[in-house]
Design a protein around this ligand. Sequence first.
Ligand code: ADP
Length: 258
Amino acid sequence: GNLDQRVEVKGNDEIARLSIAFNNMNEKINLMDRERRQFVADASHELKSPLASIKVLVQSLLAGGINDKNISMEFLDNIDKEIDRLSNIVGNLLELTKLDGSYGLKIEVFDLNDLCKDVIKKINPIASTRNVTIRYEGKSILIEGNRDNIFRAIYNIVENSVKYSNPNSYVDVWTHKGSKAKIYIKDTGIGIPEEDIPRIFERFYRVDKTRDRKTGGSGLGLSITNEIIKRHKGEIHVKSKVGEGSLFIITLPYKFEG
Ligand code: ADP
């Protein structure tokens, strides 16, 4: 584009300083532009794969598969699953876009303890299909922030812990009131390889693509969580060992200073 020109002004007067500020700003815009393009490219790629599967399945039905009751049922079932995948991706994309643009976030005071209980209540039905028990311990902690967003952030991590843990196991969630508020989410599941830990918060990043085909993950959950926690000036730390499990720690300031 026409944004890649730099302004070179020699000397040390105000105009020279202005040109430096201008060049820095220009670089930032270019980087944002590249990231945006990459994001659109990645998103299109992610949407293409379920669409391609649906196309093949429909064509096989049209080519005669429809005459066989068992085949039709199996293919329709697969189409149904691919549509779920698509809506999952589109839903997450919409959420990310909304986060990008929401400058006037509604900030309220709420109890983190109640929020964690609500998150667990919502995930319990998913957990029970895997025979996973979520245990919770915590006292009342009042914090400032956008409750819906924090709900989503914690929900994504607890959902992962349930999704990536072994059947018949426990997921532990607890909170701590120190100089900041902390939420701990621990599972004894498959764990995350050390080299992947820094990357799991990237958009569309999955540790094992084949594994996640089954669980239907979009690879967007943790990037949404990361975006929300960053916006609340908080931090996320991960400790994990393959085959032993993972511990996610979210740190949040009590006051919102966004
Ligand atoms: P997904 O929709 O695939 O779960 P996320 O952004 O939520 O995407 O997570 C990114 C990747 O990080 C997942 O695909 C998975 O490989 C890994 N991951 C996240 N949480 C856990 C966990 N508790 N245990 C093991 N792996 C995890």
